[in-house]
Design a protein around this ligand. Structure first.
Ligand code: ZN
Length: 315
């Protein structure tokens, strides 16, 4: 605990379950707390180590020392797990950088602290240091967005506003998002099959949208697999693809479907960055409510995109 510099993150509220039991925001484990401990907890400002802060608390009490120390350590442990506390010495790099000129209080209020809060709640198995590294990884992983349609511009705008690393170079990107706007089932990009990078296909038109598959070459199904499955279902797919692609300059996607597609695509990429398995799936949405529903995108036996992999990887 000597190496942890706890800082109260006011974005996580204290919710009283009873006079001496609280929850830290959404954190599911109830925590026993006295009013004295609560006041002490709320004043942790990152300016001294947890060990030092606990000694100060003990100095205010003459008795029941063991009990007080145990309760304080539990508070710090649950505080870090729930993001009700941040460790000033293990904040994401971005938060340290933006908060340099400010006080501890100001640091807790920067946008990275809310990202940390969110990640801490979703990845409750990780410790607070791993969470800070996850936030850094998200901030440092470059993506490229390929396409000139309104949806592609909207994606770029949202990603930039949300502090993503958006690069114009496909070669410098860890993940490339290909945006099509001729039809949800049609890919407008011929070069997509040649890319060796992880890529996500995002396609929309009128009131429909398909996000995915997220392709990691050699590991997951690809866009050729998706095309071959579509051709199996509809022998006219080759002609339909040409007809739709010829119409793409008249792209007209519902603005809400377009905005939701942009946000959802970025959520898929962020989950992939965080280590979730997002392959072999597409998410389809349509009006009136536009919920994204997962559908399987299996490998096609004639595609060959998994050639070179051992047979155990074929399915
Ligand atoms: Zn394939």
């Amino acid at each position: 605990m000597e190496t942890i510099y706890p800082l109260r993150n006011k974005r996580i509220p204290i919710i009283h379950a009873s006079p001496d039991t609280i929850f830290f925001g959404d954190y599911p484990i109830p925590v026993q707390i006295s009013s004295h401990h609560l006041a002490w907890f709320n004043e942790l400002s990152g300016d001294r180590s947890a060990g030092h802060a606990i000694k100060e608390l003990l100095a205010q009490h003459g008795q029941e020392i063991d009990h007080i120390e145990y309760a304080a350590k539990a508070l710090i442990s649950h505080g870090l797990k729930s993001a009700a506390l941040l460790d000033l010495h293990a904040l994401p790099t971005l938060a340290r950088w933006t908060g340099e000129a400010g006080s501890g209080q100001k640091r807790a209020g920067d946008p990275t602290a809310s990202a940390q809060t969110h990640a801490q709640l979703v990845y409750s198995d990780s410790d607070h240091v791993a969470i800070a590294q996850l936030i850094d990884l998200r901030a440092e992983t470059p993506i490229a967005i390929v396409g000139t349609s309104p949806l592609a511009h909207q994606l770029r705008e949202i990603a930039t506003q949300e502090n993503w690393q958006v690069t114009t170079s496909e070669l410098g990107a860890a993940c490339v998002i290909f945006v099509s706007e001729s039809h949800p089932d049609v890919c407008d990009h011929d070069n997509v099959l040649g890319t060796r990078r992880t890529h996500l296909h995002v396609a929309a038109r009128h009131g429909g949208s398909v996000i995915g598959p997220l392709v990691t070459p050699g590991e997951t199904s690809c866009l050729r697999c998706a095309y071959l499955h579509a051709r199996d279902r509809d022998p006219n797919m080759p002609q339909r693809t040409i007809d739709w692609r010829n119409s793409q300059r008249f792209a007209c996607t519902d603005p809400h479907i377009s905005a939701m597609s942009a946000h959802f695509a970025l959520l898929v990429v962020r989950a992939w960055m965080d280590g979730w398995d997002m392959g072999d799936t597409a998410w389809e949405a349509s009006l009136p409510l536009g919920q994204f529903i997962p559908t399987p995108r299996p490998v096609h036996p004639l595609c060959g995109c998994k050639l070179g992999k051992s047979p155990t990887h074929l399915d």
